[in-house]
Design a protein around this ligand. Structure first.
Ligand code: NAD
Ligand code: DAU
Length: 334
């Protein structure tokens, strides 16, 4: 592959994927197509070599714009999405537009342009919550919030284009991803940056029973790359971190890494429809030669250090659009 279109490449995982590709292959050119919503940030790709990285501002739900940008690309990897569950509970319109209509435009453009590979980045949230064990790719979909329902809808549109038109669609379903450059609405960067400032950590339902599987961002990118290059069209691949932790454990680790004590923990009312536990089995992707490499303690320490050393990146975000969102979101939680 010589030219890859990455949609949502100014976001958290998309920008890490671009850095990953540029490191991995000196001959590759990336077309980064991103709408620059509140979550899109060109600071995330400021170090990308301009000779091998073209940025185009555009909306994946605009078919003409997608067609124009994708022309001449061997592959497209879609990261573009509305990605925050709490925002989808406040209003789902943009989630359906981007996560479903937007995916339709990508696969329709791929059908017309005969693109060789289409990788749709999806999430373990499409399976819903699980008490014990781990979901396999063949398990039924049971999304339980507007964000994950829209992601499942996008997947289904994509897979229908494989079945009906033979568009070479591959889907990946990743776990909770963490690392540098994550927008501070998500729990880990929110708690890290609040703790650095000595502000409260609003933990839903005490955090004792909420379990997530933590996947370091570079492991997620390597998993997507493996599925893209070695996966089979029409197939789905889970990407797990194999690092399950209760949220209270993660919260205590944040306090330890920032030198704060438990007085910062502020239990607040729960998220409606809160999924208790996510867990996926990633044996199918491991069979292609990938496996998660980052140790959780090391990944947490590295991430905390990055937020401590890169206040230039997150301080301006937290004083902008984010502040109004935070007040609206957490005011209703008391
Ligand atoms: P993010 O919110 O940090 O970034 C999303 C990016 O998409 C932003 O740059 C934004 O500007 C862009 N975008 C949004 N709507 C767009 C549109 N209509 N057209 C073009 N660009 C648009 O998200 P993220 O956390 O990096 O997640 C990336 C992808 O990975 C998403 O598809 C998400 O569902 C999936 N995913 C995320 C996680 C996680 O834990 N963060 C885990 C599994 C899967
Ligand atoms: O599992 C993959 C998914 O992980 C991705 O598809 C999503 O894009 C990504 O946002 C993430 O979803 P979650 O809902 O799991 O992440 P979030 O950071 O919003 O919440 C993680 C846990 O922390 C969850 O149990 C809710 C809790 N939480 C979250 C916030 C923002 C709190 O207790 N307090 C908070 O302020």
């Amino acid at each position: 592959m010589k030219r890859i279109m990455v949609t949502g490449g100014a976001g958290f995982i998309g920008s890490a994927f671009i850095r990953y590709q540029l490191r991995r292959d000196p001959g590759i050119h990336i077309v980064n197509f991103d709408k620059l919503t509140y979550a899109g940030n060109l600071d995330n790709v400021k170090d990308a070599d301009p000779a091998r990285h073209t940025f185009i501002r555009g909306d994946i739900a605009d078919l003409d714009a997608v067609l124009a940008a994708m022309e001449g690309c061997d592959a497209v990897v879609n990261f573009a999405a509305e990605s925050h569950v709490d925002r989808s509970i406040m209003g789902a319109t943009e989630f359906l537009r981007t996560n479903v209509d937007g995916v339709y435009c990508i696969v329709e453009a791929a059908r017309r342009l005969k693109t060789e590979r289409v990788l749709l980045v999806s999430t373990d949230e499409v399976y819903g919550s699980i008490d014990t064990g781990a979901f396999l790719e063949s398990d039924r979909l049971n999304p339980r919030n507007p964000y994950s329902a829209a992601k499942a809808g996008g997947e289904l549109v994509g897979r229908s284009f494989f079945e009906t038109f033979g568009v070479p669609v591959i889907v990946t379903r990743g776990s909770n991803t963490y690392g540098p450059y994550q927008y501070p609405e998500k729990v880990l960067p929110l708690f890290l940056t609040n703790a650095i400032d000595g502000e409260g950590l609003p933990i839903y339902r005490g955090g004792e029973h909420n379990v997530r599987d933590w996947l370091f961002v570079d492991d997620h990118c390597a998993g997507i790359d493996t599925a893209l290059r070695r996966g089979t069209p029409g197939e789905i691949y889970n990407i797990a971190g194999e690092n399950e932790r209760e949220l209270i454990t993660l919260t205590r680790k944040v306090l330890e890494l920032t030198g704060r004590d438990e007085s910062l923990i502020q239990p607040v009312p729960d998220r409606p429809g809160h999924d208790k536990r996510y867990a996926i089995d990633c044996g199918k992707l491991k069979a292609l030669g990938w496996q998660p490499a980052m140790d959780w303690e090391e990944g947490m320490a590295l991430t905390a250090r990055w937020y401590r050393e890169n206040e230039w990146w997150w301080r301006k975000i937290k004083t902008g659009e984010f502040r109004a969102y935070y007040e609206r979101q957490y005011r209703q939680r008391g």
